[in-house]
Design a protein around this ligand. Structure first.
Ligand code: FES
Length: 159
């Protein structure tokens, strides 16, 4: 029979506590890392913000103006800088921001001021100044990015 006050029992007890403490520390660290990885994209999506694109009065009616946005966002534990190009199009009191990404396979469109239309260099897609498809394979109009006018300033909302 083993004496509960013996050195062997005391060492086993201390060793048991030590192993338990190490397992608890590892579990806590893993939970923090996994929880952070799961929640980080949600946080970055929720952190919507507006970018000032200047005065609406500077835009001519029906003439798209190209704007390149520099967007910083957090992706997991990294800070990522993306460039997004949109075309601002004024129609009366309304200003729309059209994505410069073709809705067919994602090539970048460009405004053809002579033809007064957007053209896609990849497969000949064409869009009018409001982003509606006028020719080629694109299946739908250009995407829009939410904008609003605050005073005379054009603000674009990024998610
Ligand atoms: S990617 Fe634009 S037409 Fe195909």
């Amino acid at each position: 029979m083993v004496n509960p006050d013996s050195e062997l029992v005391k060492r086993r007890t201390v060793l048991g506590w030590s192993v338990g403490a190490v397992i608890t520390a590892i579990s806590g660290t893993m939970a923090t890392l996994i929880g952070g990885a799961i929640l980080a994209p949600v946080r970055s999506r929720a952190a919507g913000r507006a970018i000032d694109l200047g005065p609406a009065g500077d835009l001519a009616d029906g003439v798209p103006r190209e704007v390149t946005l520099r967007v910083e966002r957090e992706d997991g534990y990294q800070r990522v800088v993306e460039q997004r190009t949109v075309y601002l199009v004024k129609a009366g009191a309304e200003v729309r921001a059209l994505s410069a990404t073709c809705t067919h396979l994602g090539c970048r469109i460009a405004w053809d001021s002579a033809g007064k239309e957007f053209r896609c260099p990849c497969h000949g897609g064409r869009f009018d100044a409001q982003g509606r498809v006028t020719g080629g394979p694109p299946p739908r109009p250009l995407d829009t990015v939410p904008t609003r006018i605050d005073g005379d300033r054009i603000l674009i909302d990024l998610a």
